[in-house]
Design a protein around this ligand. Structure first.
Ligand SMILES: [Zn+2]
Length: 318
């Protein structure tokens, strides 16, 4: 089980910018205390890898810094060559995490989850859609046929849903705040919309229905899990009310379910905007720690890839 980081490819932001870029370095430092030997720097996603998901004209405009002002504003970051490199590395990290998952059962990107990136535009701090790029790469390399994307960031994975609309080989599942950004939602294969203020018990009950259903319907060779920290009660942008314990229970349920089903999983961190960066780091670190507890001791016993014909030990919810 390998863990990828790219926070030293710094995306420069003006003073006072609301994106908490510091969280990535803080998370990497925390993870290094327990798993330094598993940590790697990913390759940048190539033009060919991006082209399986994004329009060539968009990728070129990002690379050359020629996006129009409105499109750049929608992304929310000022353009720089470093922004481009960082975005490529982040997509490369999820791609590498997928390879680790297929080799060992699990892989982790300590960033990523840029699920508001569409085919031909970025949005909401998302330039390239890392999960989509990674899923397409694994398919193109012949390593998997079917992919499940489990998006538990508090915001709907609208870019991912739009990119894979009408594609039966990639199943998109999103559990998110009904009243939150994006205000015009796309249609995932399975959407669960929660009201403002939803707490642990109701959230976990919804998850325990949705995930088995998504697994049964998708029968994936690989899952990509967006473990957003922003359903947290202390999140500035979240509008839900989960505790840290509730979020850890969420992660444990998702990861144990995939582990039992022998579905390899790549984990990306996605959003987290609590006032105290340490809260975000605590939540993401707990996700990584749960993954380590499940996979770091059992790598050799896991199958390299799930046989598509093997029925999952999961039953359709009533
Ligand atoms: Zn989010």
């Amino acid at each position: 089980m390998l863990i990828y980081y790219a926070d030293h490819f710094v995306l420069p932001l003006p003073a006072g910018h609301r994106f908490p870029m510091r969280k990535y370095a803080a998370l990497r430092e925390r993870v290094a205390q327990v798993a330094a030997h598993r940590m790697r720097v990913p390759e940048a996603a190539t033009d060919a890898e991006l082209a399986r998901v994004h329009d060539a004209s968009y990728t070129r405009a990002v690379a050359e810094g020629t996006l129009d002002e409105a499109t750049q504003r929608r992304i929310g970051f000022p353009w720089s060559a470093a922004m481009v490199e960082r975005s490529r590395r982040s997509a490369g990290a999820t791609l590498a995490a997928c390879r680790s998952a297929l080799d060992s059962g699990c892989g982790v990107n300590l960033a990523g989850g840029t699920h508001h990136a569409h085919r031909a535009h970025g949005e909401g701090f998302c330039v390239f859609n890392d999960a989509a790029v990674a899923a397409r790469a694994m398919q193109a390399e012949g390593r998997v046929a079917r992919v499940l994307i489990v998006d538990l960031d508090v915001h709907q994975g609208d870019g991912t849903a739009a990119i894979f609309a009408g594609d039966d080989s990639v199943f998109t599942c999103s559990i998110h705040g009904r009243g939150n950004f994006p205000f015009r939602k796309a249609a995932s294969d399975l959407d669960v919309e929660l009201d403002d203020g939803t707490q642990d018990a109701a959230y976990l009950a919804a998850l325990r229905v949705a995930l088995p259903r998504a697994l049964t319907r998708s029968r994936p060779d690989l899952a990509i899990y967006l473990a957003g920290a922003d359903p947290f009660v202390g999140d500035r942008l979240g509008r839900l009310a989960l505790t840290k314990d509730g979020l850890a229970e969420r992660d444990r349920y998702v990861l144990e379910t995939l582990h039992v089903a022998a579905v390899p999983v790549a984990i990306a961190m996605a959003g987290g905007y609590a006032d105290d960066i340490e809260d975000v780091v605590d939540i993401h670190f707990a996700t990584v720690a749960i993954a380590l507890s499940l996979w770091s001791t059992s790598e050799r016993r896991l199958p390299r890839m799930l046989d598509c014909a093997t029925p999952l030990p999961i039953h359709e919810a009533p």
